[in-house]
Design a protein around this ligand. Sequence first.
Ligand code: GDG
Length: 486
Amino acid sequence: SVEPAAPIGTFTFVVVSNRLPVDFEEAPDGSTIWRTSPGGLVTALEPLMRSSGGAWIGWPGVADCDVEPFENDGISIVPVCLSARELEEYYEGFSNDTLWPLYHDVIASPSFHRETWDAYVTVNRRFAEAAMASAAEGATVWVHDYQLQLVPRMLRDARPDLVIGFFNHIPFPSYGIYAQLPWRKQILHGLLGADVIGFQRLEDAGNFTRAVRRLYGYPTRGVVIDVPTDTRQTRRVVAKHFPISIDAAGYEEMARRPEIQARARQIREDLGNPKTVILGVDRLDYTKGIGHRIKAFGELLADGRLSVEDVTLVQIASPSREQVGSYMALRDDIELAVGRLNGDFSTISHTAISYHHHGYPREEMVAMFLAADVMLVTALRDGMNLVAKEYVAVRFDGDGVLVLSEFAGAADELKQAILINPHDIEGMKDAIVRAVEMPRRDRTRRMRALRRRVFDHDVAAWSASFLSALSGGAAVKAGISDALGA
Ligand code: GDG
C-alpha cells in the first residue's frame, strides 16, 4: 500500500457529514448535554458504527463551539467547529443559497459569490483533515452530501490508502443547469476523488457522468468512469444510483404501539372527526411544493368539490434554514396563503388547514401518519423524500393513499402511489379528489405493493449495497463486513 502522507488515526470506518448525529445543548448549570438526533442516517449506520468501532465527523450544530471528541451510545463523535462567519458563508451561503437551489433545478435562483466559495473550500478542508486524523491506514471513509463535495479529493490526495465513498442526498442537475456554476470543474474534481459516488436516482448518476464527460472528457462505460492519475494510469470510479430508504420495521413497530394508535384516534377527534384527513409533512422549503398544494386544496374548496365539513388538511412545516433570506420570504408566502384560505373557508367548528410551524417528536409524526387518509407529497424537486416512505411503512393496516410528485426520487420506486405533476394544478386537484374517493379495495391493493417495496428496500439494504459497491474486498479487510451480515 502507499505510505500515508498525513497523520493517521485508529478508526477503520469513518462517516463524515455536515451535521453530527447528536445535538449540542447547554444545561441550565452551563454543562453540555448531547442528545442523539434521530435522523435516518444515524439509524442506518448505527449498527455498523458500533460493531466496527466507527467515528462520525461533523458539525455539532452551534457556532464557535470548542468541543473535544467524545463517545455517544457506542459511537465516537468528532466535532468540527465552525465560526459564525464560516457558517454564514459555507453553510447558509454556498451550501444553502448556491448549491441547494442550483441542484434543485433553480426553483429559486442560486447566488454565486466568490467569498462564500472560498469559505466552502476552507471548511471542506477542515472536515477532510478531521477525517484523516481519525482514519486508520486503509480505512473506509464515507462522506455525505452536497456540503462536502471537495472532501473526497482532499482525502485522496493526502491519504491514497483510504477507501472513499460519497453519497449525494439531493438531486444532481442536468448539464444545462449544472454548467451555470462558476466552480463546476472544481466540484467534479472534488467528487472524483471518491471510489464510489452514490446518487438517489438513475437520472442523477447519468447527469453527473455526462457532466464529467463534457467538462473533463474522461471515458465512461455505464457506471464506470476512468479517471487519469498523475502516473499516467487510470483510477476506476463508480457513479451509480443507490436510492436511500428508512428503517421500515422500526416505523411499523412504533405504529403498532397501542399508545400511538390511541394518539392517532385522538388527533382525528381533536380535528372534529372529519371524514377525510389529508396530511403534508415537510421542512419549510421551497422545493417541497407546499404553496402549490395549498393552492390546489383552496381551489377544491372554492369549486365545492371538497368541503371543510368533510375534509381537513393538516400541514406540518418544520422550521428550516431560518437565517437564509429565501426561506424567510417563503415562510411569509405560505403563512399568508394559509391565513387567507382559512379566512375564506374555515367555519367556527371546522378549520380548512390546520397549519403547524413546529418540529414534533417522531412518535407524534407516526400518529399523524396513522391518522391521515391521504398523504400529499408534492415536491417540485426532491432527492428522495423519506416522508413518502415513512407514511407507507407506518400503514400496517393497509389503508391510506399516497399522492406523490413525479419530481421526488421516491416516485422512481413507489409506482403504485397516485403520481402527479405538482405544476399542473388541475391534475393535482383531480388526484386529490381521486385519493379522497378511492374505494377501500384499491387503497389496500396499492398500499400492499408500496409496502412490499419499502420493506424489501429498507435503509439497511441501502447502506449494505453502497458499502459493498465501495469495498469489494476492502470492507472485508477492514472488518466491517460482519456488521453487514456479509
Ligand atoms: C434530504 C433530501 C432525501 C420532518 N419534520 C419533522 C420530522 N421530519 C423528518 C421526516 C423525514 C425527514 O425529516 C425529512 O426527510 P425528507 O427526505 O423528506 O427531506 P429532506 O429533509 O429535504 O432530506 C431528501 C433525504 O435528504 C435523505 O437522503 O430524501 O430528498 O432533500 O424523516 O419524517 N421529524 C420529526 N419531527 C418533525 O417535525 N421527528
